[in-house]
Design a protein around this ligand. Structure first.
Ligand SMILES: *Cc1c(COP(=O)(O)O)cnc(C)c1O
Length: 354
């Protein structure tokens, strides 16, 4: 029998969350962001569940080719664009859309093999200071792209640094609208947080990522409150138990010391499966459907759970690390991170079932 850990991907949840994105942004087209292997859910698995989308966005041109070859006809957008002139023939051959975020990419376009069939998303930096042209550089880039023999269609985009925070989007939105005003081109601004909170950012295309996978983009609002359903459930089983006496210590570095006699369970899941090593004593976990707490330091293949309040639990008990009835955002918060990072870190060795 195989090691009991598994990740269950609920395709119906992905479909549900996409419908929710559509209801939230009814006038926009939906770009489903499936970078990082569909936030850890599997590239083609996520794409299949999200097949009703208007477009897919990702980073790796080889993944874009995989999607086209799997038969998807929607817009496929490369979020970091192309990296060298040698990528350009693949853009042409597979009808891929590219972000253009820097002048060096405009210069490389001369190597594009065809006329007038490349769609580009020109990216404006509105304060995130990651990718994108400065506001005063946009006019020149826009002019160069419009005149370029390779370019068919231009969309103007930006990305918000604080759509999920109290700071919000007012300043970057005003800047974007200002810069975009002279141009009759499609616009794309919103990530999940902006889709859910700021209708004024929806424009022509919204870019839905984390919400599709059923995790909340907001620290202070849970996914369930937003109507999202978790797509990934990471589960395993207790494979051993230990009876501790008061004073006994647990695990590497003795990060936990029993204050009284107690029983603990050993769960077949560790950081090599993608569970965060930094999760502290008390991080939430589900044992036989009931809330419990982990204790001790997470090791490579195993972690410890306090069974003090779970007298019925024992060897073979099912454990949910995150997902159904155990929000990934709560586990992430306990570990000082976000649901995004936990999903993306799901290890290849974990068997996936749908
Ligand atoms: C990842 C990404 C998104 C999706 O963000 P979420 O917060 O997951 O919705 C949108 N746009 C860009 C440019 C991204 O890199």
């Amino acid at each position: 029998m195989a090691r009991p850990i598994q990740a269950h991907i609920d395709l119906g949840a992905l479909e549900h969350n996409l419908r929710l994105a559509r209801r939230a942004a009814p006038t926009a087209r939906i770009m489903s962001v499936i970078k990082a292997e569909g936030y850890g859910h599997g590239l083609l698995r996520a794409a299949e569940a999200l097949a009703a989308t208007d477009g897919f966005a990702l980073l790796d041109i080889r993944d874009a080719v995989r999607l086209r070859e799997a038969g998807y006809r929607q817009t496929i957008l490369l979020l970091e664009g192309f990296f060298g002139a040698e990528d350009l023939h693949l853009l042409a051959e597979y009808d891929l859309t590219s972000v253009i975020h820097s002048a060096y990419q405009v210069a490389m376009l001369d190597a594009y093999p065809a006329r007038k069939n490349l769609d580009v998303w020109l990216k404006l930096n509105t304060g995130m200071n990651r990718l994108g042209f400065a506001p005063q550089q946009v006019a020149q880039a826009m002019e160069q792209l419009r005149r370029h023999r390779a370019v068919r269609d231009i969309t103007l985009m930006t990305h918000f640094a604080n759509a999920d925070e109290a700071r919000g989007i007012a300043e970057p939105l005003a800047l974007f609208n200002d810069v975009a005003a002279p141009y009759r081109v499609a616009r794309s601004l919103a990530n999940s947080a902006a889709i859910l909170r700021y209708p004024e950012t929806h424009g022509d295309w919204v870019r839905a990522g984390i919400m599709l996978y059923g995790s909340s983009p907001f620290a202070e609002v849970g996914a369930q409150q937003l109507g999202l359903r978790p797509a990934m459930t990471l589960s395993s089983r207790i494979i051993a138990t230990q009876e501790l006496c008061s004073g006994d210590e647990v695990g590497y570095g003795a990060q936990f010391r029993a204050g009284h006699n107690m029983r603990i369970g050993i769960v077949a899941c560790g950081y090599a499966d993608g569970y965060p090593r930094c999760a502290p004593n008390g991080a939430p976990i589900l044992v036989d459907g009931q809330r419990a707490k982990i204790l001790g330091r997470v090791s490579m293949d195993m972690l410890y759970v306090d069974l003090s309040d779970s007298p019925q639990a024992g060897i073979g008990s099912r454990v949910v690390l995150w997902g159904e009835d155990m929000p990934i955002d709560e586990v992430a918060r306990a570990a000082g991170t976000v649901g995004y990072e936990l999903m993306c870190a799901l290890a290849r060795r974990v068997p996936v079932v749908v």
